[in-house]
Design a protein around this ligand. Structure first.
Ligand code: DQA
Length: 146
């Protein structure tokens, strides 16, 4: 099976960006770990980061053309703003898991609402990089069952 991991804006700064909130692990390290996990399970994994909404929307469309089975997405700030990215995901109908490094419910009020959560297969927040691994594990378990 094919899985796409999508990282939204400013996640390219992980490791140096507000380490008290987001930790000291950089994005490359997170992606490397996910690739190891996918390889061990025989899953084809691709990781993608962009700071631009339209690039993320188009990447979702591309995923549909590529026959991607599931998406793990941290929409970052677009979580709280982007109807367009939500519509891209529901439009192509690829099941997705929403991941946040921080617990968005324990922060500013504007982070509590997500345009994605009600359409997501599942939501993980507050567990740091481990959240991506757990999301991938859930998808791998699923594909091995069916
Ligand atoms: C985030 C939480 C968002 O509120 C924030 O805008 C981010 C990262 C997280 O992973 O905790 O950029 O999605």
């Amino acid at each position: 099976s094919r899985i796409l991991v999508m990282h939204g804006p400013n996640l390219d700064l992980l490791g140096q960006r507000e380490p008290d909130v987001y930790g000291r692990t950089d994005l490359e390290t997170i992606n490397r770990q996910l690739n190891r996990q996918a390889d061990a399970a025989g899953v084809v994994l691709e990781c993608f980061q962009s700071n631009a909404e339209h690039t993320l929307v188009e990447r979702v469309h591309q995923a549909s053309r590529d026959g991607v089975d599931a998406i793990i997405i941290n929409p970052a700030a677009f979580t709280h703003t982007s109807v367009a990215l939500r519509d891209a995901l529901t439009g192509v109908g690829i099941p997705f898991i929403e991941v946040h490094l921080s617990n968005i419910h324990a922060r500013e009020a504007f982070r509590r609402h997500s345009y994605f959560s009600d359409a997501a297969r599942g939501v993980i927040a507050g567990l740091g990089p481990k959240g991506y691994e757990l999301a991938l594990e859930a998808l791998i378990d699923n594909t091995q069952r069916d």
